[in-house]
Design a protein around this ligand. Structure first.
Ligand code: SAH
Length: 409
């Protein structure tokens, strides 16, 4: 054994044998020696048989397993192999389409989605030749430089259509699990340096903001759903509520919407949206209007029938199960008003990105909203996260984005 070990209580190995990568603190019987947050540990069953190796975290999720072998060494070569496999999947899914290679270039994608790519606690997003690395565990924080070096090598060796990375930025000041850890992290370039310049998403242009933006600087996870909005938007009058950087608005305008109103309570978000409208459609785009207002108030006050396509993509109303009831009330309320106010024969794209809210709970909230409106509502599509946010089948907690496309008569 290469690492300190911890032994589980009897029968607590069952979820690990089913390849679930988390060990809860309540499952642990004993430690071979004291371990600190971020250390690598090998987990043993109650009889001493090795089950896997991972990062110790100290919280209720005590270990996030990186390997289901007690023998594997977690070094730069280990990370390199996982990163190569992650890149292979994105290439196989056709996500890497550089400028000039086709008429819908795409150089923006999530390379590593934590447990979905066998790397719990790690997120890596790619924006053209910049990678943004985000740690959600102390173990990944401590391994950041090793991972950055492996990542650089993977991109140097990959060859066409993958270009070498020019900068690897670290953005974890707000994502590490405890305040002490967050105080230790300092955001900045680990390797190289790049400026934020326009990137491509399905032939449209956006500017990620890894210095100050939410997540790693752009919401990559709505790419496929934005594209579906494009399929419905032609000739429509569209409301994009909770627009942030205006992703859905740009797709709707690009697909020939008659008018798009982008709505967000944050003036910073409206600035980012307007910048994206200008980048794609010129400084003066008469089809677009910005509204800086609270979405609940705006929807409440708008006349019925003003829009025939409404997008509702609110922030995660519930960050954990404790506030689930309030979150469900929020979804019920916003969807209820939108359904009531939608034009006859209109479409609503409605989302929840709260991991704590299940698909069924979200659907029940939308059902309750529809029922109270008294209108006939049908579900046309059930949406989820895109291919570069894969869900490890043994780790259903990795599924977080849910959406419904409703047809309101
Ligand atoms: N749809 C976006 C992501 C939305 S993030 C995309 O595809 O990129 C959620 C956004 O909701 C944030 O920009 C936040 O400013 C905004 N927001 C939060 N509460 C709001 C409210 N009550 N009314 C309007 N906007 C709100």
């Amino acid at each position: 054994m290469h690492y300190p070990t911890l032994r589980l209580l009897p029968r607590k190995e069952e979820s690990i044998l089913r390849l679930h990568p988390w060990v809860f603190s309540g499952a642990i019987a004993s430690y071979s020696e004291p371990v600190t947050d971020g250390s690598l540990v090998t987990v043993l069953d109650s009889k001493g048989k090795p089950l896997g190796t991972g990062h110790f975290g100290g919280g209720s999720i005590a270990v996030r397993l990186l390997s289901f072998s007690g023998e594997e060494i977690i070094d730069r070569e280990f990370y390199k192999a996982r990163l190569q496999a992650a890149l292979r999947l994105r290439l196989d899914c056709g996500l890497v389409r550089p400028d000039g290679s086709c008429d819908r270039p795409n150089d923006t994608y999530r390379l590593v989605h934590g447990e979905g790519d066998g790397l719990p606690g790690l997120v890596i997003d790619i924006y053209d030749r910049t990678a943004v690395l985000q740690a959600h565990s102390m173990g990944m924080h401590e391994a950041r430089m090793m991972i950055a070096e492996a990542l650089q090598e993977v991109y140097e060796e990959a060859g066409d259509p993958v270009a070498p990375l020019a900068g690897i930025y670290y953005k974890s000041e707000s994502t590490l699990p405890t305040r002490d850890m967050r105080e230790l992290a300092s955001d900045g370039f680990l390797l190289g340096h790049t400026e934020a310049t326009p990137i491509w998403e399905n032939g449209l242009r956006f500017i990620p903001d890894w210095l100050k933006g939410q997540k790693t600087g752009f919401f990559i996870d709505q790419r496929e759903n934005r594209e579906l909005v494009g399929q419905y938007a032609q000739g429509c009058t569209v409301l994009n509520a909770f627009c942030y950087t205006g992703g859905f608005s740009i797709y709707a305008l690009g697909a020939g919407a008659k008018r798009v109103d982008s709505l967000d309570s944050s003036s910073k978000a409206m600035y980012l949206t307007e910048r994206h409208v200008a980048l794609n459609f010129g400084e003066d785009c008469p089809r677009h209007r910005s509204v800086t207002e609270d979405a609940f108030d705006y929807l409440e006050q708008m006349p019925q029938g003003q829009y025939d396509l409404i997008i509702l993509d609110p922030p995660a109303f519930a960050k954990h199960r404790k506030v689930l009831r309030n979150a469900l009330m929020g979804y019920r309320k916003i969807n209820g008003i939108a359904i009531k106010k939608a034009a006859p024969g209109s479409i609503i794209f409605t989302f929840s990105c709260s991991q704590a809210v299940s698909k069924e709970e979200f659907r029940l909230a939308v059902f309750t909203a529809a029922a109270s409106s008294g209108r006939r509502v049908r579900i046309l599509h059930q949406l989820t996260q895109p291919v570069d946010h894969p869900i490890n089948i043994y780790h259903p907690e990795g599924e977080y984005l849910k959406g419904l496309v409703l047809y309101v008569e």
